[in-house]
Structures are given as structure tokens and as C-alpha cells.
Design a protein around this ligand. Structure first.
Ligand code: 13P
Length: 278
């Protein structure tokens, strides 16, 4: 069942767990996330970034997600991940996405507030939820998301309060030391900053850069207000590694078999995170 992301996150907030937001780029990855959700009776957010429009257009993503999720009561949201292009935000809403992330985090605070508020007005009138971000994540290893020059800018708790109140967003992504990609060294996650944000901001908080974050840190973040955790890099790294192993056995393989295995491997990594988050 496809629903507005707000519905999923409010239940997570009320019951102190987090919902995984898993990035997809193909039929196999979409199917892997949805099957993991169905088998574990666990809601999930299917995240598609504008960067992957070369792989699939918004309409095709919506058609697949809608079709694969319509025979279950497990709630899924179809979410546009990190989008700084307003035209693409509106295209995703028109295609049927139930949630969008407008990412104006690289803009001046006032401009970010102005653009995000415009997106909220349109999205809410279409029953679509909105996530926005304050601060910025650095890039780790193997990230397909960020750029190497991305710098860590921690979210200011005071600005977060003003931002959430002025824009009326449904969820706020914070920057507290996680990175897009795998960590280069030992992660230094500032749960102290998260606690201050949670005191001031009462909507669900989002943690980007889930891949490779130690389990105890993830649990600590969930206890302190994180209701949505994004995972991208590990889905790709794990699945490619497993397919490489599979193809190294000197046997002949048909592409259709590789496609089925890809879905299985995506399901494994998604299930691992679902179990940590709940
Ligand atoms: P990772 O690639 O580090 O898991 O981060 C994903 C993410 O934050 C997507 O928005």
C-alpha cells in the first residue's frame, strides 16, 4: 500500500523506532526493498534520486512501486531523495510520488526557507509530504551521492527550530557527523547536537548517510528523535560484491538469473537494516 511518508514517520516517532529509506535505481532494487518490507511486515521508504533519472523516469518508478505494493497492507512511501531542482520536485509529485525532499541546504538560510515553503504549499495540497535539510554531510568512500569536496556542516539547533516552524515541513534531515558513503575512519557522530535539536524541533528527524554507521550509534540516534534513516551505498557495495562472487565460479550464467539474485542480495541488506531500526 502506497501512503504519504508523514503517516509512516508519525507512527515511528510515536513508537520510538526508525523507518529505513532505501535508495533504488532499477526494477531489481525496487523489488528487493518491497519484498523485504512485505516479508518482515515492516514499512519502508523507497527513495529515488534525480541523479538516477538516466536509469528510470519518475513515471516508470511510480508504476513499478505502485504495482508491487498494491497487494499488501504494509505501508510504503515513494520518496524523491535529495532534489535541488524545483522543476523535478514538481514532476515527481505529478508522477505520483507520495513524498519529496527539497534540498536547499547549500543555499542561504532565507532562500532555503523561501523555496522549501513554496514546495510545502504545493506538495501538501496534493497530499504529498516534504522533507528538507539544514547543514551538510561530508562524503565518505564509494558514495554515489555526494561530491568529494562536500564538507561537514553541523545543523544548528536554533536554526532548525526556526526552519521547521517557518516552512511547515513534515521531516527535517540533520547533519551530525554521518557521511554519504562508507566511513574513512572511526565515525564521530554528535548525538549531543541531535539531543539539542530534538528539544527544539518536534517533527520527525532524518539521518542521512546510514551505510556503515555502527549499530549502537544508530540505536542511540533513534532514541534521540531519528525516525528515518537513509541507506544507499551499502545496498550497492554489498550487492555488487555478492554478484562478483557469484560470477567468479566459472559456470555459465544467464542474465535473468543475475537479475533474480540481485533482488535477493538487495533484500538481504535491507532486511539487516530493518532489524536494526525497529
Ligand atoms: P549512504 O549512501 O551513506 O547510505 O547515504 C544514503 C543517503 O543519505 C541517501 O540520501
Amino acid at each position: 500500500m502506497l501512503v504519504n511518508m508523514k503517516e509512516i514517520l508519525l507512527d515511528a516517532k510515536l513508537n520510538n523506532y526508525a523507518v529505513g529509506s532505501f535508495n533504488v535505481y532499477s526494477y531489481e532494487t525496487i523489488k528487493g526493498v518491497i519484498e523485504a518490507g512485505k516479508q518482515n511486515n515492516n514499512p519502508a521508504i523507497i527513495a529515488f534520486g534525480e541523479k538516477y533519472i538516466k536509469n528510470m523516469d519518475f513515471e516508470s518508478v511510480y508504476a513499478l512501486v505502485n504495482n508491487l505494493s498494491k497487494d499488501t497492507k504494509v505501508p510504503f512511501a515513494l520518496h524523491l531523495d535529495h532534489c535541488s531542482n524545483l522543476e523535478n520536485v514538481y514532476k515527481a509529485i505529478r508522477a505520483g510520488f507520495t513524498s519529496v525532499m527539497y534540498d536547499g541546504s547549500s543555499l542561504k538560510f532565507e532562500e532555503n526557507v523561501e523555496n522549501t515553503s513554496k514546495v510545502v504549499e504545493v506538495a501538501h495540497s496534493c497530499n504529498v509530504s516534504v522533507e528538507a535539510e539544514l547543514g551538510s554531510l561530508a562524503a565518505g568512500v564509494d558514495s554515489n551521492e555526494g561530491n568529494l569536496e562536500d564538507k561537514e556542516i553541523y545543523t544548528s539547533p536554533a536554526q532548525a527550530e526556526e526552519f521547521a516552524n517557518s516552512t511547515k515541513i513534515d521531516a527535517l534531515a540533520v547533519s551530525i557527523g554521518t557521511v554519504h558513503g562508507m566511513y574513512k575512519g572511526v565515525p564521530d557522530i554528535r548525538v549531543d547536537i541531535l539531543k539539542k535539536i530534538k528539544e527544539k524541533v518536534h517533527i520527525p528527524l532524518v539521518l542521512h548517510g546510514g551505510s556503515g554507521t555502527p549499530q549502537n550509534v544508530l540505536k542511540d540516534c533513534i532514541e534521540n528523535g531519528i525516525c528515518k534513516i537513509n541507506v544507499n551505498t551499502e545496498i550497492s557495495v554489498y550487492t555488487i560484491e555478492k554478484i562478483r562472487e557469484m560470477l567468479n565460479d566459472n559456470k555459465k550464467h544467464h542474465l535473468s538469473e543475475v537479475s533474480l539474485k540481485e533482488t535477493e542480495f538487495v533484500k538481504e541488506v535491507v532486511t539487516k537494516y530493518m532489524k536494526i531500526f525497529k
